[in-house]
Design a protein around this ligand. Structure first.
Ligand code: FAD
Length: 494
């Protein structure tokens, strides 16, 4: 495994030319920085963490302990921004699936398995971040400032002119880093609304959903001899009775990363130090709507502790609605819109946000026009509208889940009912499955589900019980499951 390359450290703004500062080096920050290198002589990525020398978890991104699927649209964008990155991931041990598609158990039952065209590379979130960081570090414009906490914005009459930061473990300061553009990618805990209020821009309107998510995750050694269909398994919850969802991903070095999550699970008593013990984790997997993930982890050897994660709310911050957005400052990634992670959208939306930033910078000659920030936030709002709608209208299926801020109106219940009918037909119909997965994988907009031929198939299924019957009872073949059920329980290390 190659080590972290020497990252060029920030030692002042460029002597000539313009400087962009990115707050946060998560997925949104790294991709935004890549886009900014096309327009700025220097791009400095600031993070409160110090980066690990090898692919590993770090404090500032606790979500990396939980299985992260990068949707096909996200793959496309990351590969477009960093050509050849698939080779880097492969060289670092990522799993390569050839012709095997994701196994999805929808709320209506298992969907027909669709072979993916070509290869699909799978990896942990920390390997992806580490690989992108190395690629970014190779660009001559890029500097890093690690162990530095951004505590506020610097502003002059013309708008935002830099950031104020404190170095970790250093009581002095804060220091100022001047910038022509500041891009906030500091994630769910971003202080952008406070900073903008301090600058007299008013309160940022927010839409908030109290999904109350709780997650528990663990890495396992993938036992030898398991067929390829056990590479990627997603099991959705089934409202109104079963709020539990599960994800198994075969990541680098032949490990299974398994997550079990639950809507409104934050109201359950926390187990252990916020994470369930071995028996509770297995029980949670056993309560999923399909036995596949349970059977997988029953026989597999765990190689990490069980990690818990709870987040009470998901929120969309509507920066585009501010009467005044200062020039020189934009917000993207989870800092602008943090979804319920169960739908696996966050990294892909962060990648799509980066393309929106690229287009806004191109249109405004590198962010030089006075309305650049406001126009970017308006474009970003359009970009996140469909995934936010898909995620929140699914969340709102559950009694007790509420949204404050905007109302989804009648479109959400009608859209949900239509998707239910589509799924009930899709369990029997590979072409309808492809339509559904296209939307969920963000390759097609939700409105693509209302083509006349799709409506005709759905109507046909309404009149035939056979056409609503799943092609398979469980996610995996009956023979495969029967063979695994004969295997003994794994020995859990004490
Ligand atoms: C439990 C869980 C599971 C998820 N599963 C998936 C999934 O399956 N698929 C998917 O696509 N997405 C998933 N996501 C979402 C995904 O992690 C994020 O949406 C995506 O990584 C984009 O995040 P970001 O870069 O905006 O923020 P983050 O990844 O949170 O990064 C923010 C960065 O900013 C730094 N930072 C914060 N404040 C400051 C400051 N003041 N000064 C300096 N640095 C600062 C932090 O250290 C961190 O490095 C999941 C999220 C969670 C919580």
């Amino acid at each position: 495994m190659p080590e972290e390359p020497v990252l060029r450290s920030y030692d002042g703004p460029p002597e000539q030319g313009r400087h962009a500062v990115v707050i946060g080096s998560g997925m949104a920050g790294l991709l935004a920085a890549r886009v900014a290198t096309e327009h700025f002589e220097q791009v400095t990525v600031i993070d409160r963490d110090r980066f690990p020398e090898r692919p590993d978890h770090r404090k500032g991104t606790p979500q990396s302990h939980h299985a992260h699927g990068l949707l096909p649209r996200g793959h496309e964008i990351v590969h477009g921004l960093f050509p050849g990155i698939g080779d880097d991931l492969r060289a670092a041990g990522a799993t390569v699936a050839k012709g095997v598609g994701a196994v999805v158990v929808s709320p209506a039952g298992p969907l027909p398995a669709l072979p993916s065209p070509g290869e699909f590379v799978m990896f942990s979130r920390f390997l992806l971040e580490w690989t992108i960081r190395r690629r970014l570090a190779a660009l001559p414009q890029v500097r890093f400032l690690q162990g530095a906490d951004v505590v506020g914005l610097e502003a002059d009459g013309a708008g935002v002119s830099g950031v104020r930061l404190r170095h970790r473990g250093d009581a002095d300061g804060p220091d100022v880093v001047p910038a022509d553009l500041v891009i906030d990618c500091s994630g769910r805990s971003s202080k952008a609304p406070d900073w903008l209020r301090e600058l007299g821009c008013g309160d940022v309107p927010e839409d908030v959903v109290n999904t109350g998510l709780s997650y528990a995750s663990r890495f396992f050694e993938r036992p030898a001899g398991f067929p390829d269909e056990w590479l990627s398994v997603l099991i959705n919850g089934r409202s109104p009775d079963n709020p539990r969802a599960g994800l198994l991903l075969c990541v680098e070095n032949n490990l299974w990363h398994v997550t079990v999550g639950q809507v409104l699970g934050d109201r359950l008593p926390a187990e252990g130090a916020g994470a369930p013990d071995d028996a509770a984790f297995l029980r949670m997997a056993g309560e999923l709507a399909d036995p596949t993930i349970y059977e997988a982890i029953r026989v597999a050897k765990p190689v990490s502790p069980i990690r818990g994660y709870r987040t009470p709310t998901n929120r969309l911050r509507r920066f585009e609605k501010l009467k005044r957005m200062p020039t020189g400052f934009v917000v993207t990634g989870d800092a602008a819109c943090a979804f319920n992670p169960i739908y696996g959208q966050g990294m892909t939306v962060a990648a799509m946000d980066a393309l929106v930033l690229a287009e806004a910078l191109r249109r405004s000659e590198g962010g030089r026009s006075a309305d650049f920030a406001q126009a970017f936030q308006a474009d970003l709002a359009k970009n996140v509208a469909a995934p936010w709608f898909v995620a929140t209208s699914e969340d709102l299926r559950w009694a007790d889940v509420r949204m404050t801020g905007a109302r989804l109106g009648l479109v959400a219940p009608i859209g949900r009912r239509y998707m239910d009918l589509l799924l009930r037909a899709a369990v029997h119909d590979p072409e309808l499955t492809a339509v559904y997965l296209g939307i969920i994988f963000m390759l097609a907009p939700p409105k693509s589900a209302v083509a006349p031929w799709i409506i005709a198939r759905i109507v046909r299924s309404l009149f035939s019980r056979r056409l609503r019957q799943p092609l398979q009872e469980y996610a995996l073949s009956a023979e495969g499951l029967a063979a695994v059920r004969k295997l003994p329980d794994a020995v859990v290390p004490a």
